[in-house]
Design a binder for this molecule. Structure first.
Ligand SMILES: [Zn+2]
Length: 342
């Protein structure tokens, strides 16, 4: 299986993060890349550098004012006297029925959902290369590869069309799905990250051509709180094309695989021509977020089960945080998937 990653993706190095109001070191560390690269190589993948793909594939799922914000906000922020070293919002519109703010502080609040996605000098470039890795993997599959892996970091599934959040800036899984849509009438996105893929859901919520399915820890007491509930089913033409499977906290392999079987029924009924797997590894029992209890062999079974769908598949890295087994969990998933599918 081909795999894509660019060195620039490692330069984004967020420092701050508020967890239950308390300042903590940001867990989306560059070191994640080393663990994931080692995990991919252990599964026999060779890592290739993606080409540059410009803004087109990114602008296909994000608004121009948001992309302009992401590219330029850091330089603007530096001109504010006494501002923090990283761009971090401190005021948000409670609803989007006011005016679009002109100021950097106002726009940070408008375009950033939370404090988990600080923007520094390298963020835009890292996020863009991360998205290009996803584009390259999607194009490899369109060119006939049965599957491809994009080591996307920073991750993407919490990013909406015009809002960053939860360590995410550009929605790499959505970008990959939209690229696949050039050749495929219907694309499904299956998100197995610990957290609900709220940004991905938001981007495709009113569309019937991209089915969004997410398995995740029940958001009733877990990030992202406002999204990920079972009654969110899409709207307008997209009604019935969004499917959430929230799981009780600490659910293990058996419950996860059972929910996956339910997800597969919905995906098969949709009859997609291609699949994007939003592969978070933070459902692991030893992940610092501690939300679910999937084991390392469990990831192999999840990979094998997804391969059983028999679809051209782009695997996009989402979450999964520093713990001893992070690389092993990726190896397990890719080996399980590849053993069945190649
Ligand atoms: Zn996650």
């Amino acid at each position: 299986m081909k795999a894509f990653y660019a060195e620039e993706q490692k330069r984004h190095d967020p420092k701050a993060f508020l967890s239950s109001g308390a300042p903590q070191p940001n867990p989306e560390k560059p070191e994640r890349v080393e663990r994931l690269l080692a995990g991919a190589r252990s599964a026999g993948l060779t890592i290739e550098r993606p080409k540059e793909h410009g803004l087109g594939p990114v602008a296909a799922v994000h608004t121009p004012e948001y992309l302009d914000f992401l590219e330029h906000i850091f330089a603007r922020w530096q001109r504010i006297e006494g501002a923090s070293a990283e761009v971090i919002p401190n005021i948000h519109p409670i609803a989007r029925n006011g005016s679009y703010p002109a100021s950097a502080v106002g726009q940070a609040g408008y375009h950033m959902a939370d404090t988990a996605c600080p923007i520094s000098a390298e963020t835009w470039n890292s996020a863009l290369w991360s998205a290009w890795s996803a584009v390259e993997a999607a194009e490899a599959v369109m060119a006939g590869a049965p599957s491809a892996y994009a080591l996307c970091r920073p991750p993407g599934h919490h990013a909406f069309a015009d809002v960053a959040g939860g360590f995410c800036f550009i929605n790499n899984s959505a970008v990959a799905a939209q690229v696949l849509r050039r050749n495929a009438a219907r694309v499904a996105i299956l998100d197995v990250d610990l957290h609900h893929g709220n940004g991905t859901q938001g981007i495709f919520y009113a569309r019937p051509d991209v089915l969004t399915v997410s398995l995740h820890a029940d958001p009733v007491r877990f990030y992202p709180f406002f999204w990920g509930h079972a009654d969110e089913r899409g709207k307008g033409a997209g009604l019935g094309y969004n499917f959430n499977l929230p799981l009780p906290r600490k659910s293990g392999d058996a419950a996860f695989l059972e929910a996956l079987a339910t997800a597969f029924r919905r995906i098969r009924a949709f009859a997609p021509e291609a699949l994007v797997v939003a592969l978070g590894l933070d459902a692991f029992e030893g992940d610092p977020f501690g939300g679910l209890s999937v084991t390392t062999p469990g990831f192999a079974r999840i990979g094998e089960a997804i391969a059983g769908l028999g679809l051209p598949t782009v695997i996009v890295q989402e979450g999964g945080y520093l713990c001893d087994a992070l690389g092993d969990n990726l190896t397990a998933f890719l080996t399980g998937f590849g053993g069945k599918r190649g």
